[in-house]
Design a protein around this ligand. Structure first.
Ligand code: PMP
Length: 436
């Protein structure tokens, strides 16, 4: 149906009907044009579909404004109404936008060093290094840390960028069950007696790789359990804090802050500038030795263009706001309040909601891939842009709506969104908990 009409409640034969790739592409067509500030009003743009390969073309005609409940603008800064915008413009005037060189050649500006110092101070670690892309930060850092003689233990729900980095490293890779410490310990013991401290070294290094907040599950890593195991078995720990830094903890410094654990217990902290901060790029923070090693060894430091200066300035301003101003505290508190209100409303209505109450990611289970598109489209009809995710980002029968909340959402927008979700949930026959 080129106009995407009449799809609503009848998708049960959808998967058998379409090739999987075509199916995934349709979902992308619905979600991709919506990526702007959550909480802010969005412009939904008319699209044209060609039957051959489902290529979509944007005609640019604005059809209606909707509220964005799907992108990563957790603190609501990407609306660009804040004070940071002025200094970002100043940075563009001073440095220009493009860098045109990697860090190891002539792409090294004072603003990069300033950003790296700000990150290290914010996290209370020795040093940090920034890169032009978050995804590539994981992909290229992990192979710099481990090789074929090492063991990498990754949570089964780790992000695609982590999985790709692990594969590229040529290390032996084992996945442990999500947040399951028993399974992690079993896998740590590969080659040594179960439950015994590591007395010999079947592996040159063991690296445990997890996320702070899991991007599809909304769950928070079991940091205390992992730190205890890493010490017992003399392993190293790498945490991707893309969705946790800026949201979790009294000072919004991520999972270490949330659990009151010293950030130095984590050997490698990875983060992105594309979510809370919100610009583009990634960073690694940790000991000076690790950061200097990455500066010299990592392919991304040698071969990829460094971060744009205005984007560095944007991240610096947001780090400063978070660490030293009332505005920062207000935004993180508002985000936490919005998350709780939204989750409680969903649970009260009987939806199956995954993840931790403090997570800004709120996955609501749809289960059947055949219901994804209907949910997304019907929400759009009611004025809300949502992201639905399915296989291969989730198990085949683990399709879900992945809400990402923002500090800028008002109580009314949240209540209206809940009413719309309840309405659409009934329409597409979502699975509810008993008692509904
Ligand atoms: N890590 C995680 C956990 C992510 O969710 C993402 C992207 N959503 C990335 C890394 C990649 O970051 P970026 O989009 O900034 O490249």
């Amino acid at each position: 149906d080129p106009e995407m009409k009449g799809f609503a409640p009848l998708y049960d034969d959808f998967l058998s009907f379409y090739h999987r790739n075509a199916f995934m592409r349709i979902i992308e067509c619905l979600t991709r044009p919506l990526a702007r500030a959550p909480g802010a009003v969005l412009h939904i743009v008319e699209r044209e579909f060609s039957n051959a390969g489902w290529v979509c073309k944007y005609t640019g005609k604005i059809l209606k404004n909707v509220v964005n409940l799907g992108s990563y603008n957790y603190l609501g800064i990407s609306e660009n109404k804040g004070k940071s915008t002025k200094v970002v413009i100043e940075a563009a005037k001073k440095y220009g936008v493009g860098i045109c060189s990697p860090r190891r050649e002539v792409g090294n500006l004072d603003i990069h060093s300033e950003l790296e110092q700000v990150v290290a101070e914010y996290l209370d670690v020795e040093a940090s290094i920034s890169f032009g892309m978050g995804f590539a930060t994981n992909v290229m850092t992990i192979p710099s840390l481990v090789d074929k003689d090492c063991l990498v233990l990754g949570d089964e729900h780790n992000h695609a960028s982590i999985a790709t980095g692990c594969k590229l490293s040529n290390a032996t890779i084992r996945r442990f069950k999500h947040n399951n410490m028993e399974d992690l310990e079993k896998k740590l013991c590969d080659g040594i007696a179960y439950g015994q401290p590591r007395t010999h070294r079947p592996w040159k290094k063991i690296l445990i790789v997890v996320e702070g907040v899991y991007s599809m599950e909304g769950s928070i890593t079991n940091l205390a359990g992992i730190v205890a195991l890493k010490k017992k078995y003399k392993a190293y720990l790498y945490i991707d804090e893309a969705h946790s830094m800026g949201a979790l903890g009294k000072r919004a410094r991520g999972v270490t802050d949330y659990f009151g654990i010293d950030a130095k217990e984590v050997d490698v902290i990875m983060g992105t500038f594309s979510k809370f901060f919100p610009g583009q790029g990634g960073f690694i923070a940790g000991s000076r030795a690790i950061i200097e090693h990455l500066r010299a060894d990592s392919a991304i430091a040698s071969y990829a263009t460094s971060m744009s200066a205005p984007v560095c300035q944007q991240a610096i301003s947001v780090f400063n706001m978070l660490s030293s101003t009332e505005e920062g505290k207000k935004k993180t508190k508002q985000l936490a309040k919005n998350c709780r209100m939204f989750r409680q409303g969903l649970k009260k209505a009987g939806f199956i909601v995954y993840g931790n109450d403090d997570s800004p990611i709120v996955p609501v289970m749809i289960f059947y891939p055949s219901k994804m598109l209907g949910f997304s489209r019907e929400m759009l009809e009611r004025g809300f842009a949502v992201v639905v995710a399915g296989y291969p980002a989730t198990p085949v029968l683990g399709s879900r709506v992945r809400f990402c909340l923002s500090a800028t959402l008002t109580d009314k927008q949240i209540q209206d969104a809940l009413s719309a979700i309840i309405d659409v949930g009934d329409l597409v026959q979502m699975t509810y908990l008993k008692g509904k």
